[in-house]
Design a protein around this ligand. Sequence first.
Ligand code: LLP
Length: 418
Amino acid sequence: MKLFNSDYFTYKNNELYCEDVRIKDITDNVDTPVYIYSKRFFEDRYNEFTNAYKEIKHRVFFASKANYNIHVEKLFDEMGCGIDVNSGGELLRALEAGVKPENMLLTGVGKTDEEIKMGLEHGVLLVKAESLEEVHVINDIAKQLGKTAKVAFRVNPDVDPQTHPYISTGLAENKFGIDSTVAVDIYLEASRLSNIEICGIDMHIGSQITKIAPYVESVKKMADLIKVLKSNGLNIEHFDLGGGMGIVYNEETPFTPSELAEAIIPVLKETGCEIFFEPGRSLTANGGVLITNVLYTKKNNLKNFIVIDASMTDLLRPSIYGAYHHIQPVELIEGREDLKADVVGPVCESGDFLAKDRLLTATKRGELLAVMSAGAYGIVMASNYNGRRKPAEVLVEKNAFRVIRKRDSYKQLIENEL
Ligand code: LLP
């Protein structure tokens, strides 16, 4: 079977390490399943991203929905990265991480009045509006608070990002943003509201995008719209391109940050705007693994099954998107054969699998497996279904590790019930 080796997760003497920490040294101290992250990966990806755009005025806002552990957010904040928050809960997390509100964007297709109020009271850099009705609500709330709300509209450029339909967001059929054909009228109406200050424009066409063309197409459409908006006297200081940059889970061949930068910088320059980005997955996914223990192995007439202690409640992506996550042993044992198996969890659903018909090294009860590329949309999508406790998270820095989130306790599972 093939092994995923990187500068951050490597085998030394047949044992998997995260940076300079032996994974086994972590699991000797922390229960499995457990998420383990490489700090250096997060730093390298952020630096690579921001360096790709150094010739233009830009800011990067980490999309915290991808991995909102407050220690992870703190790390991005300390590097000078802003944070994109999608709810009151994410706003609170960013505040807790010490992020200044002026370094946050408040996003979301269905913000409640309470969330808008939170954003305005704390003074986030801007609130993104996704409809004409919403901008009126933002105006009313700002008026009540005696504030002026800085607003950018999310515009749907109607471009196919060529990714999984569940994570496509920039097509006319998707619920996100306002229609580009009526954008000028909506902007003009919003600009007349007493407590709204229009400051920019935003797009986000989807996630796990591996081709440059959809970005080029949408950036061009948006650049044309920006020209029209500006000629109508509207203040468009910044253009937010969203996130969506794809990564390697298996055999994808995504573009690098500098390849995308090279393709779009000329158009971005023409807009005269400061450029914002909201990457999530590309900054964290391949910096995280989910380590799980093999509970049982069995086979029937058709298949081999490896039953592990992690499940769809810990890493949901394979169940809901049929997503591929590479799985490999934590310890390589000489002479072990390969075996085709389904890697399944303890939850009572046939959809509870982390891999189907996967060729892996045969493993035995008590051995550990590493589920790769789990640093984005992993723990954040975990649930307590089947009474399961969400796993702990561990951050590795060089030869040291620390638990940055404890595993749920049994007490926590019932404490909200009155
Ligand atoms: N900005 C906005 C407005 C977004 O909605 C998202 C992701 C991002 C930025 C960051 O996108 P990224 O760079 O991470 O692709 N749960 C799915 C992904 C959902 C993405 C939702 N929005 C998955 O596991 O693949």
